[in-house]
Design a protein around this ligand. Structure first.
Ligand SMILES: *[C@@H]1O[C@H](CO)[C@@H](O)[C@H](O)[C@H]1NC(C)=O
Ligand SMILES: *[C@@H]1O[C@H](CO)[C@@H](O)[C@H](O)[C@H]1NC(C)=O
Ligand SMILES: *[C@@H]1O[C@H](CO)[C@@H](O)[C@H](O)[C@H]1NC(C)=O
Length: 307
């Protein structure tokens, strides 16, 4: 009994400390960010050079009627659900024939008031549909028969309208008709394409244009997420308009609280470790990351917009 009380108290204290600490962190991050952008900071800012100038007007294409075309009535083997889902392509470069694939699961309830959250898996080269949506935070999981789906109780669309993007071209269903595009990919191009994707997607789903917007991702998306955020903010600033209403970002090593099986898939290359050790390691890792995720979440909750 005492132990339980102590644990509860400890959790509350940790949470409160985490909260105030996170506010400080957001301040520090803002400060760091401002220093970094000063010309004489001595920090190499060239990495950002290419993503300030996406010419929005030339990149936004008409999207009428495409939203309804993208509607998914039902995925194969899917249980009945009440929320809407969509999937389809958004062209990000007409002349090259480059298009990115998205899967969008609207919130289970109150989709009008919940924010829009973009999810990006890392890699580089991991599919946000195969990993993020189907094994981590999406509304469904795949049964071991490989043919049917079941509801994921902990799906993030309990609290947000979740947009999964396959990025860059060459990952998952995203592609380019210009083969050399695959040779010339890189973080800068990824940010630019994702930005063009977003402004066009928002034309297709205009009801989300002013919605609070968050970007979250894991692993290598620790590069994608802040670079895309930077691209969004610099375009908002340049045009003096809130083109995308970015409110916060979240990055994590990988989404761990969703399932321990994902830990397995991430460790499967460690064939030399025997399965019992692997299981123990995976469980411990899982618990540790769950705690970390909790901290990330409080950071997420108190993240102030970086100007
Ligand atoms: C790529 O080429 C195919 C076949 O010609 C075409 O159907 C498709 O629309 C092209 N994709 C883009 C994004 O232009
Ligand atoms: C891609 O790059 C490789 C190595 O640099 C080169 O051999 C190949 O021809 C390139 N392919 C295209 C389509 O540009
Ligand atoms: C930006 O917009 C605000 C509000 O609409 C306005 O007060 C301000 O003067 C604008 N700044 C520039 C540089 O256009």
């Amino acid at each position: 009994m005492e132990k339980r009380l102590f644990s509860s108290l400890l959790l509350v204290v940790l949470f409160l400390v985490g909260e105030s600490h996170c506010k400080k962190q957001a301040g520090k991050l803002g400060h760091f960010y401002n220093v970094k952008l000063k010309e004489n900071s001595g920090i190499d800012t060239s990495l950002f050079a290419g993503i300030h100038h996406v010419k929005r007007a030339s990149k936004v294409h008409p999207q009428e009627g495409l939203k309804e075309k993208d509607r998914i009535d039902r995925l194969p083997g899917q249980p009945q659900v009440k929320f809407s889902q969509y999937g389809g392509y958004v062209t990000v470069d007409k002349s090259a024939g480059r298009a990115l694939y998205y899967y969008f699961a609207e919130a289970q309830k109150s989709k009008e008031s919940f924010p829009l959250l973009l999810w990006l898996n890392g890699g580089p080269g991991c599919s946000s549909l195969a990993y993020g949506a189907m094994q981590e935070l999406g509304p469904f999981r795949v049964h071991s028969d490989g043919k049917t789906l079941y509801n994921n109780l902990y799906s993030w669309n309990n609290a947000a309208n979740v947009l999964f993007l396959e990025s860059p071209a060459g990952v998952g269903f995203s592609y380019s008709n210009t083969t050399s595009d695959y040779n010339e990919s890189g973080d800068r191009k990824t940010a630019e394409d994702s930005y063009v994707f977003l402004v066009n997607w928002l034309e297709r789903f205009p009801e989300y244009k002013d919605r609070d917007f968050y970007i979250a991702g894991e692993s290598y998306a620790g590069h994608y997420v802040p670079q895309l955020a930077h691209t969004i903010l610099s375009h908002n600033k340049k045009t003096n308009m809130t083109i995308i209403n970015l409110k916060g970002i979240m990055v994590s090593i990988f989404s761990s609280c969703s399932s321990s099986s994902i830990s397995f898939s991430h460790t499967s290359h460690r064939q030399s470790i025997n399965s019992i050790k692997l299981e123990t390691w995976s469980t411990l890792w899982h618990i540790r990351l769950c705690l970390l995720d909790t901290l990330f979440f409080s950071l997420f909750a108190s993240f102030q917009r970086v100007e």
